[in-house]
Structures are given as structure tokens and as C-alpha cells.
Design a protein around this ligand. Structure first.
Ligand code: PLP
Length: 398
């Protein structure tokens, strides 16, 4: 939207993609339930078959509901195009398939979201694409792994379980020098905290399910791309028959408008909890790139303008019963997959089982926290009571 040029992403997300005066002045875009879309004449019907047709031709190919959401996301990212898909996983699958073909080689960070790795190993391998996993901290050293057939380098910063940062500008420079496309999963950073295209990324995938939706009630993904890749991405999404339902698109768009203020709270509570955990005697390490003690803090500070509410910490080794006593008694932290909603979550993770290019040698249990929108004091008190239970159960087992 040209009116918003020069304004911050935080401002643009409030206004982008909305056109109230095309809709009786109603603030939010209407929800169009559509499969068939009628054309008024043979001439328009014929025009609607052409690739450059600007109107609507069929529900799966886009409605005013999907386009307004996509326009808002493209605007926030400063991308040539953005296309909504049915989940974050679908955004990863479609983006990779849009750039890869049989015989290609792909480089993927060892810290990638685990289903991404499964997609590469189970699906891309079947179609003749070879994947090599690399150390997330490789930086410009990625050059040494790039082969003549390397078509794409897939990044994700930070890793959503182990929180290594990646030097994406250095990786992008090395990849582009050899003609490889750079993709990133920006679900943690979002358009508000990581300006992926300015850092050299060509295609961004994001799980809308997480912060854009923000209320744990929608599955959706989005792929944003530069002009060079926009048509191939849109084509691949359509060939997969991938589209989102109008009510979900509406909820995602509604979530987007408040993402700026929600993320401020998630960020502040996440950083405060991470700092508090660092000083607990039961904790061996806290993995949050926003902490000065994090080994990649300098990269985070250079490339990101903020954090979300997701980070991990590693306990010193305790008996299973003590871990269960800690987790089972928590009142505010739910145990379940996903993150980015209004509520706090905690989840045990096992990084050692999920990597091949690097190793994980911390002996204690990793726990991933999503800091939700509850009051920070209550979030701290809940963990504090958990540590009291953990210590009591450890003592009882000794
Ligand atoms: C959740 C998640 C996804 C997948 O999103 P879904 O909507 O659950 O399919 C992708 N990447 C990251 C980093 C995620 O956390």
C-alpha cells in the first residue's frame, strides 16, 4: 500500500491489506465463502483465463478474503508477493518444491524444524533431491558445502528448539555467489523482528499458526517471495491444490492487527523468564539469543530488532520423577505442541535425536517455554513452585 510507504512494519500491519471503502466502510475485509465465481461475459471469461487477470476466477485461486491477507503480509515483509497456504508445514513443502527439481542438491540447517527434515528425507529424496545438513553456525563457511548442483540453502534462525542463530547475510552472500536460492523459516522472527529480504533471503516461510494468528485456533502458513520467485511459488501452491478456508483467513488477518502489541509482551516476558532461569541453581543453561550470555547474541543484536516469547533451558540432570513433579504441577504452562498463542506453554525436547551434522551433549532435560500474555509475576511464581516440587522429588529419590 503506497500510503504506508516509509512507515514501520508495526504500523503497516495495522492498516495493510484493508480497503474499507471498497466494502461500505466496514473496517475488516469481508469473509467470502466461494468456490464458483461468475464472470459477466464471454470477453471477461476469456480474460479470466489469462495469467495476468487481476480479478477473481475460482475459490482455490484466491478470493478478496485471501488476497487481503496476502497483501497485508507482503506489505509487512516488503515482498513482491505472499501466498497463504493451509499450514506452516505446507509453506515449507511448497516453497522447497517451487525451487527444486530432480538432480538438485539442497543444504539445510541441522537446527531446522524437525518436520522440515522429514520432508527432505522422505519426500524430496524420493523425487531425486539430495539434502546435506550443515552446522547452523557455519556462516560464510557454507561455501565449502556448495556444489555445482546446489540449488538452494535453507535457513532458520534461531532454531526453534536449540536456538542457535545463523549468520544469514553471510550465508546468503555465499549462496548467491554460486547461484543458489536462499530460503528461511521466519516463524520466530516474524516480519516485525527480522527483515529477511533486506538480509539477503529470497523466499520466506512462516507458520501463521503461531504469532500472526496468535490465538491457538488456526492452522495456516504463508510464503513471501521476491519478484524472481513469486510466480513459481504461486504456481506450486496452486498445483498442490493448497488453499485456506475463508474463516481461518479472517481469523489470521484479525490476529495480525494485534501482533505488534502481543509480541512486545511475549518478548518482555520471555526475556525476563530467561534471565530469571539463568540464576536458578537447578538450571544448566538458558538458550535465548536475546541474553548477552548466548554465544550468538551478537548476531541476534545485529540482524534482529526483537525476540518473541519462545526459548529453551536445560535442567541439570534430575530423576524422571523430579521432572514429572516439576511439569505436572504447573498451573499456567500447558504441555502441547505449537506456540505463539496468548497462553504459556512448556515442552520437553530431545535435540540429540534430531540432528546429524552437529552433536548435542548436554546431559540434562531440555525444556522449551513459550511465554504467553499472563502476568509475569504469576509466570515466575508458577516456575518457582515447580522448582520446589522438583527439589523435593529429587531429595526423596536420593
Ligand atoms: C510450527 C512450526 C512450523 C509449522 O507450522 P504448522 O502450521 O504447525 O504446520 C514451521 N516452522 C516452525 C519454526 C514452527 O515452529
Amino acid at each position: 500500500m503506497d500510503d504506508l510507504k516509509g512507515m514501520s512494519a508495526r504500523t503497516r500491519l495495522v492498516h495493510a491489506g484493508r480497503h474499507p471503502h471498497d466494502n461500505h466502510g466496514v473496517v475488516n475485509p469481508p469473509v467470502y465463502h466461494a468456490s464458483t465465481i461468475l464472470q459477466p461475459s464471454l470477453a471477461v471469461w476469456e480474460a479470466s483465463r489469462k495469467p495476468d487477470f487481476k480479478g477473481y476466477r475460482y475459490g482455490r485461486a484466491g478470493t478478496p478474503t485471501s488476497r487481503s491477507f496476502e497483501e497485508a503480509v507482503a506489505d509487512m515483509y516488503g515482498a513482491a508477493d505472499a501466498v497463504a497456504v493451509s499450514s506452516g508445514m505446507a509453506s515449507i513443502a511448497c516453497a522447497l518444491m517451487a525451487v527444486l527439481k530432480a538432480g538438485d542438491h539442497l543444504l539445510v540447517t541441522d537446527s531446522a524444524y524437525f518436520p522440515t527434515r522429514k520432508f527432505c528425507d522422505q519426500m524430496l529424496a524420493r523425487y531425486g533431491v539430495e539434502t546435506t545438513y550443515y552446522d547452523p553456525r557455519i556462516g560464510a563457511g557454507i561455501s565449502e558445502l556448495i556444489r555445482p548442483k546446489t540449488r538452494a540453502v535453507y535457513t532458520e534462525a534461531p532454531g526453534s528448539l536449540t536456538f542457535e542463530m545463523q549468520d544469514i547475510p553471510a550465508i546468503a552472500e555465499a549462496a548467491h555467489a554460486r547461484g543458489a536460492v536462499v530460503l528461511t523459516d521466519n516463524t520466530w522472527g516474524t516480519a516485525l523482528h527480522f527483515d529477511a529480504f533486506a538480509k539477503g533471503v529470497d523466499i520466506v516461510v512462516e507458520a501463521v499458526t503461531k504469532y500472526i494468528c496468535g490465538h491457538s485456533d488456526v492452522m495456516m502458513g504463508v510464503i513471501a517471495s521476491t519478484a524472481e520467485h513469486a510466480a513459481a511459488v504461486r504456481d506450486m501452491v496452486r498445483l498442490h491444490g493448497n488453499c485456506s478456508g475463508p474463516d481461518d483467513l479472517y481469523l489470521a488477518q484479525r490476529g495480525l492487527r494485534t501482533m505488534g502489541v502481543r509480541l512486545k509482551q511475549n518478548e518482555a516476558s520471555g526475556l525476563a523468564l530467561a534471565g530469571w532461569l539463568e540464576n536458578r541453581p537447578e538450571v544448566a543453561a538458558v538458550l535465548h539469543p536475546g541474553l548477552p550470555s548466548h554465544p550468538d547474541h551478537a548476531i541476534w543484536k545485529r540482524d534482529f530488532t526483537g525476540a518473541c516469547g519462545l526459548f529453551s533451558f536445560v535442567l541439570k540432570p534430575v530423576p524422571k520423577a523430579a521432572l514429572a513433579a516439576f511439569l505436572d504441577g504447573l498451573k499456567l504452562y500447558g504441555m502441547g505442541a505449537s506456540w505463539g498463542g496468548f497462553e504459556s506453554l512448556i515442552l520437553p525436547g530431545d535435540p540429540a535425536a534430531l540432528r546429524t551434522a552437529t552433536s548435542w551433549d548436554m546431559p540434562g532435560q531440555l525444556l522449551r517455554i513459550h511465554a504467553g500474555l499472563e502476568d509475569l509475576d504469576d509466570l515466575v511464581a508458577d516456575l518457582e513452585a515447580g522448582f520446589a516440587r522438583l527439589n523435593a522429588a529429587s531429595a526423596a529419590a536420593a
